[in-house]
Design a protein around this ligand. Sequence first.
Ligand SMILES: NC(=O)c1ccc[n+]([C@@H]2O[C@H](COP(=O)([O-])OP(=O)(O)OC[C@H]3O[C@@H](n4cnc5c(N)ncnc54)[C@H](O)[C@@H]3O)[C@@H](O)[C@H]2O)c1
Length: 356
Amino acid sequence: MSKLKVAIIGCGNIANSAHIPSYLHLKDDIEIKYFCDIIKEKADRCVERYGCGIAIEDYHDAINDPEIDAISVCTPNLMHKTISIDALHAGKHVLCEKPTARIYSEALEMQAAQKETGKVLNIGVCCRFHAAVEEVRRRILAGDLGEVYHIFINFREHRSIPGLGGAFTTKEIAGGGVLIDWGVHRLDQVMYCLGDPEPKSVSAAAFSKIGCDIPNYRYRFMWSSDTMDLNGVFDVDDSVSAFIRTSGPVISLEGAWAENLDLQEQHLDFLGTKAGIRLRYCGGFEMYSVNEDGEFVTEKWDPPADRDMYVDEIKSFINSIRTGEKSRANIDYAIKTSKIMQGIYDSSDEGREIVF
Ligand SMILES: NC(=O)c1ccc[n+]([C@@H]2O[C@H](COP(=O)([O-])OP(=O)(O)OC[C@H]3O[C@@H](n4cnc5c(N)ncnc54)[C@H](O)[C@@H]3O)[C@@H](O)[C@H]2O)c1
């Protein structure tokens, strides 16, 4: 079997920390032919660092190359739709980073392009490949928790706004703030654990209260600080609260990049009639139940150290390309998370419940 040839579009953080190392890990099956970035030096640096590939600035050069089988879209959210659709129409398979797009209508256009072309379109919902998430899903679907009726999603930090004033906090580029950046992972992994139920309705409020005062924002550290711009824009949500009804359990969601509580809350609680699970984000979980003797039981479960969710995400992409098998990261699943997030923003803007 010949190697698949891929192109990396966008040579920033996620490309260098996840996509490129994962493709290189699978180098017997895959060859990176292009590194593409509108900032050419970033593409050049990849060629130098990884000792392979050709540096380009225009993604069209990659998708017009008949040798290229697939691309990874690792650009800011603004470009997800355009690059993905152009690549699908050029006959390429696409792994596009999360969120699928800035808004739901863009995600629907991407899904339509996938259906038209028949090529693979997976989304970078990497948490679906985390061992603990897989185990929680297995237990829920096996009935170990009894009837699962309510999920609490909690992702609240004291001060964790990324790159203040830059791409992350500019709605035109990112589409939204903490919900679209962090909430997407938490919500999507809950949907996966529940067997991807249908969204029914949402009532929500999103706030932009702490980051919008750019000159007076105080923090101890900032991630993606390389994109910080004190003269830039902050017009996205820095906290969000939502109540979501699905064809399965209801979901309560509380998220904040920043709030005036010096605490960290990063967990997902699954409440069932027989047992409950607290899953720590990207960590292990505890399962709480009562045994046959009426005693309270707490089981701790830690993920194996040898699993890498990004490598498994790429393996799943390659498997879909090679076999046509639908991946758990397929657009048809990720689109439900896009729909709920759009509902959350619409509910907040319109001050009412959104019924899908
Ligand atoms: N799965 C995850 O856990 C995870 C983590 C971080 C980021 N992300 C997602 O990955 C994407 C990129 O985030 P990042 O943190 O790597 O950002 P980044 O700014 O570090 O990198 C993005 C790169 O894309 C380049 N770029 C912009 N427009 C381009 C274009 N038209 N063609 C080619 N290159 C272009 C930029 O110059 C930059 O180098 C975002 O959608 C983000 O939501 C996912």
